[in-house]
Design a binder for this molecule. Sequence first.
Ligand SMILES: [Zn+2]
Length: 157
Amino acid sequence: MPGCDKPAFAGDLDHVHEYDHDNPAAGGQTTAVGLATKCRMHHQMKTDGVFLDDQYIDATGKARQVFYTQNGATIHGYAESGDDLFPTLRDITFTDPEPPPKPPPPQPNTPESPTRRRPRLADTHARRRQERERNRKALEATGEQEARRAVEDRPPF
Ligand SMILES: [Zn+2]
């Protein structure tokens, strides 16, 4: 988290995209690009919706993080890779995992039936997925170069 001074080894591994306990293949992936370290406080703040984050692979194959605050600020940065301590980690190129299989359509009179109200947490996760998708499209529209410039122009935190 930008500005956080807690050591990563004492933090939580957070699924950047929320893990889907009902359908693990469709939720946040437990992969290098699907996980980010956050201290307990910042992890809880994310869970409470104080900010939204996203993590993706850029054109150079490096993991990027983006934080969206409630007051409209967008903070770009590279995901913590540890390559400053272990330079050979730079040789690793991350790739996106295979897309998850589509779940079967809901059957009538089952818990997945459209007549049953979706749990509030599932609504929250769906809203965050939509928000990340919208942010990614906006990022693509403004261009990766602009995002990269934002990373290079900011002071280290
Ligand atoms: Zn923190």
